[in-house]
Design a protein around this ligand. Sequence first.
Ligand code: PLP
Length: 755
Amino acid sequence: MTVETVLPQIYLDANATTPVLEQAADAALVTMKTMFGNPSSSHITGLQAKQLMEHTRQKARAVLGSGHGRVIFTSGATEGIQTGILSALCEAKKKIQPNKKYTLLYGATEHKAVPESLKHWNQILEINADVKAIPVDGAGNLDLAFIANEVPNALMICTMAVNNETGVYQDLNKLEEVIRKHNSDIFWMVDCVQALGKRSLNLARTTIDYAPFSGHKLYAPKGIGFVYIRETAPFTPFIAGGGQESGLRSGTENLPGLAALSVIFDELLKENDSQFASVDKLHNFRNQLTQTLKDAFPTIVFNNQFSNSVPTTLNFAIPGFSSKEIMDLFDAANIRVSSGSACSSKVTRSFVLDAMGLPAWQSESAIRLSFGPATTQTEIDAACERILHCAQALGHSCLMQAANGVNNKEALDGLVQFKVGGACCWLFADKQSKTAIIIDPLPELVERLNTILECQQLTLLAALDTHGHADHESSRTALTLPKQTCDHLGWPTQTTQIEFKGQPLEALAIGHYRLAKLATPGHTEDSVTFMLLEQQQGEYTIRYVFCGDLILMGALGRTNFSTSSSKAMMHSIQLLAQLIESDTLLCPSHDYNNEFATTLAAECNRNLLLNSVLQHDIAVDIFVEKKAQIDKNIVDEAGSEIMCGATVCTKNQFELHEYTTKELNAHIANNESVLLIDIREPHEYALNHDRAFDQNVPLTRLTDFICKHSQDKSKELVLVCRSGSRSQAAAQALARLGFHNIGHLKGGYALIPSA
Ligand code: PLP
């Protein structure tokens, strides 16, 4: 067998970059081979090169309507932005009056290149102006009243023609009216990168001073761009040197890039038979995609208003799904979209959507789907078909109600782990009795859990908390539960009594399983541990221990809350250890380091304090002292997660076999006994996988897999996922829990060229 992707790629991330148009690539290649001259050379090869460059400039002028303005070729828009800002600020600096405070204005939804360059040159040139963001409204429109108020005191204003995340375009005429009415001299730059080919531009008819453009956003290669400079606008070269571009931008010109750009301009200038679709056609594409998305995901919310955005950009969020989940789903279907958010912090969210004041969940789960004018009807049809398959796959794995109400799904049996940030929630389903229990339900998961229960036709017997959580509200009551009286942690008052290892315990029946409760105070006074016991011929075998924040991966739960007691925690650990085995799976309510689950044996290897508690070779007062010391290190980030335990030991790195695709294929061919496991979620797996995979074990089911395979830890397992990161995390967890023949595909599917 071989490991390879199955479906051809559908690329819908044109706002990030576009493929190079075939004719443009051909032109670049021909130029490299036959017209490789330096435009500054005076021989024939040089003159030919120069002619190509000047022809391209003429076409650029025609496309932009540049009149007497200048068009200079650059490496891309970021350079064009520097050129505009540097030129404007060098001139503005001459007019600055001492002791007067000035501002530099930019739109709040601008590409980062703009505010960052403004701040940079403001500092380098020692202008020391206030760099201020112009707010936008919910539709992404710049606040004209703010501009009117601020512009008299501003040295420069930077706005954008079309936003790269939302496709929102500004009314440049209205903007110009306000800007010029209140400051006729201010330098005005308009980032036109995303407008080329989508909005008509007639720059010389405006008072825009600088307008940067980028080739790779419209089917030319990366490394070529251009900037328009109004006839009357000041200019300072950003790159000095050999005097190319009439001394305005030195450096030998990128002739192959220019040849490609020339082809793009031809397409833009064609009245008929252009490879670029008409605006009407692009609107039809958007309508078709929108309808399909609505059919596929009925609860979808669009983050951009269509009345003021170019038809080539759709920005949406699907309630209940993070952008990472939708990205993974689409990637599995070989559809490339973008998460529409900057991954600059732990929480991925979009500063553009935040600036528009959209609800946090929309910003956190934003997906950007963008296409270009060269997109064809065939591609849109294929994308729509694939999007419907994505939704079906979600229905199939019960993450969404299938649109037609029929979920052709496999019955859920065993343990599922859900995570939100570092917090875990566990669902245990018994296929035979069609019943389930949920431990530590998280508010973000309510919809998902209810959908799974309904889709799987499972009766939820109880939703339980292991303690009153400090970091979140319990969402037990929002789950579909039978009417029954319970204590404050959701434990029903009507339970049975069992005896396990001589200990009388209250228990709940889940088919032939029993969930037994053990009071384990410490982290909080009310902390309990639930033990899942399987009843076989009158004997109980322990399967899982839901220990809340008693023992965490690499840590013990914190004991510095008002109701905490480290002394009680020590006793609770010792009591629990009497009832479970050293390799019983501990399923805590936090997993800060992506380690899934643990065992006492695995923890004792790295947590010396826990080890000494279990060995009974530490006095209570010493434990209390050491624990207090550790808890001092817990830093709760303001407004962020409350850490429930300080990690006391670094994550061990276990030795794994790391395969390249070639090595793995060879290895599998020679070793029939290798179990090849796809580690992606079932909906991703269902969309695109090589049928020769032996098994699909998503991360949500990894602990279940570990439990079911704990008798055979020597079998060779090789894990595979999209990028290699999930398979690596899972392989490390397996190795830590005693599986000693584990490998994974380094780099994942992503490094295999797609068909
Ligand atoms: N401005 C906008 C609106 C963009 O979308 C981009 C690219 O993402 C840039 C500027 C930077 O362009 P370049 O990659 O050519 O430097």
